[in-house]
Design a protein around this ligand. Structure first.
Ligand code: SAM
Length: 289
């Protein structure tokens, strides 16, 4: 629905409030104040959030705002905001809109000229990145990969040569398949970090090359439980160079004695399983030398 932009200053504000991702001590003083002061809290799951509110002694009414109703019922919240009430938006954990509902409500509010105020706090991807030890100057967040193998692999293929640190959310029952596919697409040696149960009792941050990380998770079913973020180092030419084994280099050298560069690279790729483009690049470099 389209709501006319607000024309008077009596309009309420929409506060987008982050809540903890495990450790309740991560609730900020400001978040508590806002949640106490607003007229209404729009929550992804009111029963879940009620427990959080009870823990902090907050009596503000809750109303459902989840992915199934947010598009159509967002107008209910917009009407309250236009009438002058302040509303807070929360999700089950962490920052709303980050792989969580809230996008449509925020858009509707901004289109209606309502002030939208972020109240920052916990966010699993940022917590994971801050402690993973992978390059953090440039990164991309991919959210959840497709649940089906075909879709997941094709998304990973698209990301194979992405140079920025890659961050994914993953469900525990798919973590092993996800790491297997990452190993197949990004290579055994690509550095990765599994950040599990952040801020909770069994918090684990394990950094290993993908093949070793996959075996670590495979060997210990506890690693296939709980909430997790997977971080993968971005692609770099140096890493790829390392991925070309001595045997693949020998095969390529032999073939280059009899075949044109392109054909030699293609046949060497067929024999060794190393990517054709990598071998082609290596062959060109050899020719230059
Ligand atoms: N809005 C949340 C945020 O700000 O991070 C994310 C919500 S999304 C529905 C839930 C996913 O976030 C989980 O499947 C997991 O990938 C990640 N996640 C949430 N809490 C986590 C935690 N404590 N440790 C590791 N990952 C977590």
């Amino acid at each position: 629905m389209t709501v006319a932009p607000a024309s008077n200053s009596a309009t309420g504000s929409l506060y987008v409030v982050a809540t903890p991702i495990g450790n309740l001590d991560d609730m900020s003083v400001r978040a508590l104040k806002v949640l106490r002061d607003v007229a209404l809290i729009a929550a992804e799951d009111t029963r879940h959030s009620l427990r959080l509110m009870q823990h902090f002694g907050i009596a503000t009414p809750l109303a459902a705002c989840h992915e199934h109703n947010e598009r159509n019922e967002g107008s209910r919240f917009i009407e309250r905001l236009l009438a002058g009430d302040d509303v807070a938006l929360i999700s089950d954990a962490g920052t709303p809109l980050i792989s969580d509902p809230g996008y449509h409500l925020v858009r509707q509010a901004r289109a209606a000229g309502i002030k939208v105020v972020p109240v920052p706090g916990a966010c699993a991807l940022i917590a994971a990145l801050s402690a993973a030890g992978l390059p953090s100057d440039r990164f991309i967040f991919e959210g959840f990969l497709p649940a089906k193998a075909v879709g997941r692999k094709s998304r990973l293929e698209q990301l194979r040569e992405e140079p920025r640190t890659l961050i994914f959310y993953e469900a525990p029952h798919r973590i092993l398949e996800c790491l297997q596919d990452m190993e197949a697409v990004f290579g055994e040696e690509r550095p990765a970090v599994l950040a599990r149960e952040l801020t909770k009792t069994f918090e684990t941050l394990k950094g290993l090359p993908l093949a070793q990380l996959r075996s670590f998770v495979e060997a210990d079913s506890n690693q296939q439980r709980g909430e997790c973020v997977v971080l993968v180092a971005g692609w770099s030419v140096a890493q790829e160079d390392d991925a070309i084994s001595a045997e693949a280099r020998r095969v390529l050298d032999l073939l280059l004695q009899d075949l044109p560069v392109k054909r030699a690279a293609a046949v060497a790729a067929e024999i060794t399983g190393v990517r054709k483009n990598l071998l082609y690049q290596l062959a060109l470099d050899k020719q230059k030398q």
